[in-house]
Write a protein that binds this ligand. Structure first.
Ligand SMILES: Nc1nc2c(ncn2[C@@H]2O[C@H](COP(=O)(O)OP(=O)(O)O)[C@@H](O)[C@H]2O)c(=O)[nH]1
Ligand SMILES: Nc1ncnc2c1ncn2[C@@H]1O[C@H](COP(=O)(O)OP(=O)(O)O)[C@@H](O)[C@H]1O
Length: 202
């Protein structure tokens, strides 16, 4: 299995010498990425989770600066114009983006930095950082995926339909990723991600 390599970019930038590593975790909405991330962070406090910026409204219980930075569309567009994002994408009617400086600073300081982002953003990251370790989380099947989205009880019918529609497109891209993990049994999936992050030697 492939190990996460030191971050590199095609251009001759400071990132070339960086000792840090960048990991991208992608998969359809409701597959369990957030839940897997929370467990990973609890078990491995040395991981640095990149908090994204979004124009989506906070869900009950979500905390500003912990789950996301929640901002308006006009503010988001200003940040795009200023080049503040390492990557950004529109998903289910909202913008989501990764703050460039925060992530690059953490990588430069030697951290293992994890981005939990959707497919288009993951593709952008792979373009700039070909040596990123990319992980795709798959659902056991679409019925189970729908159950998980509904079970979360956080999304409107319209949002559920949009997420399911996009999920069917997204899973077709799983083959582009270094590692594919089916999140059926939670512990098994978590262990597979841990192996990819910490224990692979080849
Ligand atoms: N490209 C990109 N996608 C993001 C970012 N942050 C979160 N996402 C993705 O946006 C999608 C929607 O996230 P969210 O609204 O929190 O819904 P949920 O993942 O279905 O709970 C998910 O696939 C996230 O992984 C980001 O900074 N950039
Ligand atoms: N392996 C699993 N088996 C059953 N339910 C799961 C599993 N992993 C996650 N879930 C549940 O699925 C729902 C969606 O998970 P979540 O982490 O919010 O997904 P995502 O961040 O990918 O949108 C949550 O209610 C979560 O508890």
């Amino acid at each position: 299995m492939m190990q996460a390599l030191p971050i590199q970019s095609c251009a001759n930038t400071q990132e070339d010498q960086s000792p840090g590593r960048l990991i991208v975790l992608t998969g359809p909405s409701g597959v369990g990425k957030g839940t897997l991330m929370r467990s990973l962070l609890q078990r491995h406090p040395q991981l640095y989770y990149s908090v994204s910026v979004t124009t989506r409204s906070p869900r009950p219980g979500e905390i500003e600066g912990k789950n996301y930075y929640f901002i308006s569309r006009s503010k988001f567009e200003q940040l795009i114009a200023k080049g503040e994002f390492l990557e950004w994408a529109e998903f289910a009617g909202n913008y989501y983006g990764t703050l460039r400086e925060t992530v690059l600073n953490q990588v430069r300081s030697g951290k293992l930095v994890v981005l939990e982002i959707e497919l288009e953003g993951a593709r952008q990251i792979r373009t700039f950082f070909p040596h990123v370790l990319s992980i795709f989380i798959l659902p056991p099947d679409f019925d189970e995926l729908e159950k998980r989205i509904r079970g979360r009880g956080q999304d409107s019918e319209e949002a559920i339909a949009r997420r399911l529609c996009r999920a069917k497109e997204e899973v077709k891209a799983a083959g582009e990723f270094d590692i594919k993990v089916v999140n059926d049994n939670f512990e098994t999936a978590l262990n597979a991600i841990e192996t990819a992050l910490f224990n692979s030697n080849s």
